[in-house]
Design a protein around this ligand. Structure first.
Ligand code: FMN
Length: 384
């Protein structure tokens, strides 16, 4: 997570939205079974999109996320009943609908059994990860490595499709590197094997998160297959999400890093689609969101796991804020969640009162710096 660069704010000022409601924005169905009412999807993000995060984003957007996707989960871990892997699959059926559980691995039997667990748990779809670039994943044949093992991938998808009665979907990159841009071929193969939706992140494995996402690849895949194609990469604002939905043939748009920096983005898209003024979060909204996230985590996690996740969200949310760096520094020194929230609350209150300079001059409370454990199992932190 800490290695992922922020998504760069859009410098395309005009997306030429006509004033008023955007009636051209439509939902779609996956495999004729799963209705996606709004074509905007929360991206799977390892170390980020766990159940509390997904519920928090859905809450911030008043239920406007069209599809929630879990962080990727190892089929090895799931089929060995690894507690962490099974915990990652857990979700709240009341608040997380529809939900796709993303799994990764290379072994066909394990993939099939993991998909059965996912379907049995009540997820709407199973998504197979063919995009993770982390060495520890690709070395074992999973993630983006599957894009180099086309025939094996086809067998993997076919077996998984046969094993479950929920739609199986696949998330790919544009290719392994610039010499092997095979997204179109891969998409055709997995669709022939029974995949019911393909998501394309328009970067190669070698690019990791550098450069810009190539939506031309997304368009080419959409033209080549007859299932919904979702585009992913660099959507930074609600306006940009709508603009990307105009990519010919594209059924949906996935939003990842922008949803960490701005968890209200799905609600803002909804505002634009309805022709309403776009909600701009106040400090009270920010505080309420962080408290909500804390409370959702407290339902499932031990206290010591909470400050690190709050810190992760705060770091992205307060980028560019006046004295944001100082807030982050102070919040990060906090030994407890309560202490962290006292700093955050005082920052927002001071900002609202026009007293940020005074707040900045305050002596930090005596607190030893306590490194909070980052999630080292993330797809990104795994990149050496
Ligand atoms: C922290 C982080 C973790 C990610 N983990 C996953 C993952 O588990 N599975 C996956 O398919 N993609 C993963 N991705 C890729 C995203 O789903 C998405 O395709 C990519 O970030 C580009 O979209 P964005 O520019 O909207 O963030 C991850 C990205 C980030 C930033």
């Amino acid at each position: 997570m800490s290695n992922a660069p922020d998504v760069v704010p859009s410098h395309r000022p005009e997306h030429n939205l006509p004033p008023g409601p955007q009636s051209w924005v439509r939902g779609f169905t996956i495999g004729g079974k799963v209705a996606i009412e709004r074509p905007f999807i929360l991206a799977p993000m390892s170390g980020v999109t766990d159940s509390p995060f997904r519920r928090m984003v859905q809450w911030a957007g008043h239920g406007s996320v069209g599809l929630l996707v879990t962080e990727f989960i190892s089929v090895e871990g799931m089929t060995r009943k690894n507690v962490k892997s099974l915990f990652r699959m857990a979700f709240d059926p009341n608040e997380e609908q529809p939900l796709s559980v993303q799994i990764f691995g290379a072994d066909i039997d394990r993939m099939v059994n993991a998909a059965r667990l996912v379907a049995g748990a009540g997820a709407a779809t199973v998504d197979i990860n063919c995009g993770c670039p982390a060495p520890k994943v690709v070395k074992r044949g999973g993630g983006a490595e599957l894009m180099r093992q086309e025939d094996h991938l086809a067998r993997l998808v076919e077996s998984t499709v046969k094993a479950v009665d929920v739609p199986v979907t696949v998330k790919i990159r544009s290719g392994w590197n610039s010499d092997s841009l095979n997204a179109v071929e891969i998409a055709k193969k997995v669709v022939d094997a029974g995949a019911q939706m393909v998501t394309v992140h328009g970067r190669t494995r070698v690019q990791l998160y550098t450069g810009v996402a190539d939506w031309g690849v997304v368009e080419a895949v959409a033209a080549a297959v007859n299932v919904p194609v979702v585009g992913s990469g660099d959507v930074s604002t609600a306006e940009e999400a709508l603009w990307r939905l105009r990519t010919p043939g594209v059924a949906g748009v996935m939003i990842g890093r922008a949803a960490i920096m701005n968890p209200w983005i799905f609600g803002q898209i909804d505002d634009l689609v309805a022709g309403r003024p776009v909600h701009q979060p106040s400090n009270a909204d920010r505080m309420a969101l962080l408290e909500r996230f804390r409370d959702l985590m407290a339902e499932k996690m031990p206290e010591h796991a909470i400050p690190g996740r709050i810190k992760q969200l705060l770091a992205r949310m307060t980028k560019g804020f006046h004295h944001g760096a100082l807030l982050r520094e102070r919040a990060m020194r906090a030994r407890t969640t309560a202490e962290m929230f006292a700093w955050i609350g005082s920052f927002f209150a001071a900002d609202d009162a026009g007293e940020l300079e005074r707040w900045a001059g305050r002596e930090p409370q005596a607190a030893e710096v306590q490194a909070t454990a980052e999630d080292t199992d993330s797809c990104l932190t795994a990149i050496g």
